[in-house]
Design a protein around this ligand. Structure first.
Ligand SMILES: C[S@@+](CC[C@H](N)C(=O)[O-])C[C@H]1O[C@@H](n2cnc3c(N)ncnc32)[C@H](O)[C@@H]1O
Length: 248
């Protein structure tokens, strides 16, 4: 697991943490965050929830305002420092550690990992360990929720070096793939106030069916799969999914 830990520490440093909320402003939009929090709150009414890769608390703080008692795990101390600087963060118990192995005492009604963060674990073994860690924290009948992109390989022509997924006035973003290793690197080139900025994050992409096996290995069963937080049907054309496993 050493490789992912090193990569994570390098990427989510002070600079990335300071820029994160601005760069992810679209993910704070009420039409994005509202349905996310509604969905999660319904799985832990008045109960306890644990967010893996809690980051700067985008979802955790909003969910704690809904009467859910929140805990979070994140590998990046700078991201957690930004979270701890926000109002209401004293209600969120945070451990700096690896979501594949770190523990928080007690059991939870809900464990969740959103915004593709499970793909920050760069090996299949670490991702399986993450499912097992979720199951360890859940009470019987509790739920594990994952929000993750579906690998977008249908648009990748044979021999293509990269796939562009954002072209805007302030820059471009594209993915490069290592198909044999089931990995991609997202590259974001942006220009702000006349200055260029590059942010790169490596991911191990996971197929939904592969995740179902990970759930089974962790002793959980898939109970729901949607295309988005508003419960649109998941189809062959969905580019993302919200999946829910139950600990029987
Ligand atoms: C895209 S941010 C998501 C933050 C937050 N969940 C949100 O939705 O805004 C990804 C987060 O994953 C964290 N992360 C990456 N690898 C991790 C690991 N192995 N264990 C715990 N956190 C990790 C990073 O430090 C970063 O805070």
């Amino acid at each position: 697991m050493a490789r992912s830990r090193t990569v994570t520490a390098e990427i989510w440093d002070e600079g990335a943490a300071a820029a994160y909320d601005g760069a992810a402003a679209g993910m704070y939009a009420p039409e994005v965050l509202g349905p996310t929090v509604d969905f999660l709150a319904a799985l832990a009414p008045g109960g306890r929830a644990l967010e893996f890769a809690v980051g700067t608390g985008r979802v955790a703080l909003a969910l704690s305002e809904r009467g859910v008692t929140l805990a979070g795990i994140d590998y990046s101390r700078p991201m957690v420092d930004v979270l701890r600087g926000k109002p209401g963060s004293d209600r969120v118990e945070v451990v700096v550690g690896d979501m594949a192995s770190a523990a928080i005492p007690g059991s939870f009604d809900l464990v969740y990992v959103v915004f593709n963060s499970i793909s920050n674990l760069l090996t299949q073994a670490e991702q399986v360990a993450c499912f097992r860690n979720a199951a360890r924290h859940l009470r019987t009948g509790g739920h594990f929720v994952v929000e993750l992109e579906v690998p977008d390989l249908r648009r990748l022509p044979v021999g293509a070096l990269a796939q562009v997924f954002r072209v805007a006035d302030d820059g471009v973003s594209f993915d490069t793939f290592d198909l044999a290793a089931q990995r991609l690197v997202s590259h974001h080139y942006t220009v702000k106030d006349g200055k260029g900025h590059i942010f790169r994050s490596p991911h191990r992409f996971i197929w939904p069916s592969e995740m179902d096996l990970m759930g089974e290995l962790a002793g959980m069963r898939l109970v729901e799969r949607w295309a988005d937080w508003s419960r649109s049907p998941f189809t062959a054309d969905s580019d993302s999914h919200i999946s829910v496993w139950e600990k029987p």
